[in-house]
Write a protein that binds this ligand. Sequence first.
Ligand SMILES: *[C@@H]1O[C@H](CO)[C@@H](O)[C@H](O)[C@H]1NC(C)=O
Ligand SMILES: *[C@@H]1O[C@H](CO)[C@@H](O)[C@H](O)[C@H]1NC(C)=O
Ligand SMILES: *[C@@H]1O[C@H](CO)[C@@H](O)[C@H](O)[C@H]1NC(C)=O
Ligand SMILES: *[C@@H]1O[C@H](CO)[C@@H](O)[C@H](O)[C@H]1NC(C)=O
Ligand SMILES: *[C@@H]1O[C@H](CO)[C@@H](O)[C@H](O)[C@H]1NC(C)=O
Ligand SMILES: *[C@@H]1O[C@H](CO)[C@@H](O)[C@H](O)[C@H]1NC(C)=O
Length: 448
Amino acid sequence: MFTARISGELWQHAIYPSPEEGWQIYSSAQDADGKCICTVVAPAQNMCNRDPRSRQLRQLMEKVQNITQSMELLDLRTNRDLQYVRNTESLMKAVDVKLKTASDNPRSLNPRSLQELKDKVTQLLPLLPVLEQYKTDARQISRVREEVRNLSLVLMAIQEEMGAYDYEELRHRVLLLETRLHSCMQKLGCGKLTGVSNPITIRASGSRFGSWMTDTMIPSSDNRVWSMDGYFKGRRVLEYRTLNDFMKGQNFVQHLLPHPWAGTGHVVYNGSLYYNKYQSNIIIKYHFRSRSVLVQRSLSGAGYNNTFPYSWGGSSDIDLMADENGLWAVYTTIPNAGNIVISRLEPQSLEVLQTWDTGFPKRSAGESFMICSTLYVTNSHLAGAKIYFAYYTNSSSYEYTDIPFHNQYSHISMMDYNPRERVLYTWNNGHQVLYNVTLFQVIKTAGD
Ligand SMILES: *[C@@H]1O[C@H](CO)[C@@H](O)[C@H](O)[C@H]1NC(C)=O
Ligand SMILES: *[C@@H]1O[C@H](CO)[C@@H](O)[C@H](O)[C@H]1NC(C)=O
Ligand SMILES: *[C@@H]1O[C@H](CO)[C@@H](O)[C@H](O)[C@H]1NC(C)=O
Ligand SMILES: *[C@@H]1O[C@H](CO)[C@@H](O)[C@H](O)[C@H]1NC(C)=O
Ligand SMILES: *[C@@H]1O[C@H](CO)[C@@H](O)[C@H](O)[C@H]1NC(C)=O
Ligand SMILES: *[C@@H]1O[C@H](CO)[C@@H](O)[C@H](O)[C@H]1NC(C)=O
């Protein structure tokens, strides 16, 4: 068996400043169980940006994962086949004995025992594909061997380059870098929001209010960008092939929704658009590929039609969003006295799985977004806004926060987190702006 093991510990940038380095595969060894351990060394800095090295790193990581997967598959298959081979062993022995007797004494082979022999051989026929599979596996094993050899060549090159460092320092770095790698692989890394920084204006398009997004499901290789201009009775969704196309306003197709939308709280999750139907508290799941509505369901008790919007109005009563842990609706009801309610939704049926009352008045919130099952609420849609309140669904508790961010164009009508990309998508007065987020995270050691 072959496992890619990644261990880690607390990572905090301020505690461990570390020099610039390249991506590396660091070591490959066997542990006590005979498992192969592969350690990937990531560069300490600029890991999350889109420079070519981080792409190379991702490819390497993918390669390690691919090898792991192939090995696991082989292991599974071998075990299953071995079981089969064991079961057929006695059959083969019996055939063997019969054949021996027959060749020693040809006359003993009467029609009945010939038939018996034929039957036994027929029973053995399924063994052929198993043997064929073994041949394929053998080819796969030699390919995997080559890949491992390639990886260890990279490793050797690195060791030579790093000759100047002593082992302890190297080991220390490996731990840090692994942790960094993990946070970039965006798999386990969940944490508390500590910063919203580096706003990048992607484009200035559309009216003052609107919504734009990419698919929020992990994993997904979908690069499409969707844009929904306006909050009132809109039906036209523009779909761009890539972010670059969106920036240039080129290569797009149009989806005309069968029912108009309200607000800007839409989300794309796993290839479907979830949105609030105009003048209702119905949530619609619209599937882009089939261009059809898969399901619609009323969000029971939820205010709509600009009854309980965010501070900026715009029928923003129902805000749908997705994070690392699935699909959520943020809204309020009359029994909840206008305080923000969070419901976790089942993405196929839109049923409410669980609901939390945050106690925070929705009309005093500028926007809200969910990261790692925590809802973050801004205190205004205007200049000077900050992230003011956090509600932890994991512990049903809240705290007031003070996380500033730069509201460059001074009117935010949409703010949503994309867990896959770890950025905030915002619609700021007709500008489409991305923010980086910094999460303080504790990554548990995996595999031990
Ligand atoms: C924000 O993300 C961009 C790439 O999307 C990256 O180049 C930049 O370094 C990041 N900034 C911070 C402060 O992490
Ligand atoms: C990993 O496997 C996938 C699917 O088989 C393949 O598309 C991809 O190119 C592989 N990646 C690498 C780095 O070998
Ligand atoms: C190993 O490296 C060699 C030389 O770079 C390359 O030709 C070969 O395709 C690699 N093999 C695998 C399985 O990645
Ligand atoms: C809940 O989540 C927050 C943020 O991710 C974390 O800091 C906290 O420790 C978690 N609490 C529990 C009880 O798991
Ligand atoms: C994503 O959608 C596909 C069908 O398009 C479905 O088979 C799959 O279960 C969905 N995954 C999740 C996590 O909803
Ligand atoms: C929604 O609000 C508008 C304006 O206040 C009103 O004219 C309309 O009747 C309302 N519709 C519903 C379905 O509540």
